[in-house]
Design a protein around this ligand. Structure first.
Ligand SMILES: [Zn+2]
Ligand SMILES: [Zn+2]
Length: 409
């Protein structure tokens, strides 16, 4: 009988056993950024590491799974409830503070704890409260999809049959002008597609002996000093598996790059999510594909800065223009426009040009403003006459601009 290795999920994420949910989330994010397959293309080691930290996060970020892991030193949603109950009687009592959460009333009495129900709950994405509107196909992604782009497929092996594909998230930078005026952009993504060889069936032919349990249908896991026999997750206890498809190695899906065309709506904003239905990962066993979500980042412009629907610019203004008041020309996204500088305008002062910003994506009748920050340019005096005039000006205006400051010191 084969033995499945137990893993130190806390060690993998580099957190203490007392870590809070927040600590775990932060540690995972940090590691996930480092080892993500998109950041480390064709790096098998990084991919393995990424799978490992994802697995650790999947268990530790889920209160129920973490409790089971803390209790037994490993997690499996195939734990035989009877064995687990026996273990809890045999000295594995509830820990102090490991409270009766969610009104279950019996933290580690596994009697009546319906594991299949629990697994379903996981599949429905019940453990992703932070993902905000977890759509269909967020199967088992617990806490991942709210991070950033990429792909990671989890499960599938242990629960064969129809599985919807998972959603994908990608960050996409859209040209400054395309985001304002709308357009089409192309994006290269990598996602799982239905295996062309086996058409998603994952098998190449007849049944063969399960390589995980060598046909016994059971594997042993260690939990502290206890040994548990659990149903083999690979074959589901039958001891036989279908000879895996050689193209997809029994996954039913293959990883493939694809170029997708994305229509950009005029007025698209920074941080906006664009959904491309069915462009996520392929499902298995005929399950529907997940969706692709694009998180928009807006490209920069040398003069204009976009903040929501507003455009910000900094306009240099001469001392005379600012002191006497004037009309100057400034660039807007529509071209040149006149701006009145009121007499006595100060450097850093912001002047608002109503409805010179971006037409809102939500409603064409709404438009942002352009906000002009005045930057007063002090002249470099070269001729005597100008210096004379300024000295005379100083005599006529002897006020001390630092007076108010000194009053407060
Ligand atoms: Zn295949
Ligand atoms: Zn097996």
């Amino acid at each position: 009988m084969a033995t499945t290795q137990t893993k130190d999920y806390y060690g993998i994420l580099g957190v203490k056993k007392t870590a809070t949910a927040d600590d775990i989330r932060k540690a995972f994010r940090k590691l996930a950024r480092k080892y993500h397959p998109d950041v480390n293309p064709n790096d098998k080691k990084a991919e393995e590491k990424f799978k490992e930290i994802s697995e650790a996060n999947d268990v530790l970020s889920d209160e129920k799974k973490r409790k089971i892991f803390d209790q037994f030193g490993f997690y499996s949603d195939q734990i035989d409830p009877a064995q687990a109950e026996a273990a809890s009687r045999g000295g594995y009592g509830p820990r102090p503070g490991g409270g009766a959460a969610q009104g279950q009333g019996m933290p580690f009495d596994f009697g009546g704890f319906d594991f299949s129900d629990f697994a379903d709950q996981q599949r429905r994405g019940a453990s992703t409260p932070s993902s905000g509107g977890s759509g269909p196909g967020s199967a088992g992604w617990g806490g991942f999809r709210d991070i950033f782009s990429g792909m990671f497929s989890q499960g599938g092996k242990s629960s064969p049959g129809v599985q919807p594909g998972s959603d994908l998230e990608y960050h996409v930078t859209i040209d400054f002008w395309a985001a304002i005026q709308g357009g089409v952009t192309r994006l290269q993504i990598t996602h799982q597609e239905v295996c062309p060889t086996c058409k998603g069936r994952a098998s190449a032919g007849g049944p063969m002996t399960c390589p995980e349990c060598h046909g016994s249908g059971q594997v042993t896991q260690m939990g502290g000093r206890m040994k548990f026999n659990i149903q083999c997750p690979r074959c589901g206890g039958s001891g036989k598996v279908q000879d895996a498809c050689h193209t997809c190695h029994g996954e039913g899906t293959v990883i493939k790059p694809e170029t997708v065309e994305v229509r950009i709506k005029p007025g698209t904003r920074e941080g906006q999510r664009i959904r491309l239905a069915g462009k996520g990962n392929a499902g298995t066993g005929g399950g529907p594909a997940g969706d692709l979500f694009l998180i928009v980042k807006i490209g920069t412009h040398p003069v204009f800065t976009r903040v929501g629907d507003d455009i910000h610019i900094t306009a240099p203004v001469t001392v005379a223009e600012a002191a006497l008041g004037s009309k100057i020309e400034v660039p807007t996204i529509d071209g040149r426009a006149q701006l009145r500088i009121p007499p006595g305008t100060q450097s850093g002062q912001k002047l608002r040009m109503r409805e010179k910003g971006v037409v809102s994506a939500a409603s064409e009748s709404r438009r942002g403003d352009e906000i002009v920050t005045v930057e007063i340019i002090v002249p470099q005096l070269k001729d005597e006459r100008s210096k004379e005039i300024l000295r005379e000006f100083a005599k006529l205006n002897p006020e001390d601009p630092r007076e108010a400051m000194w009053a407060k010191v």
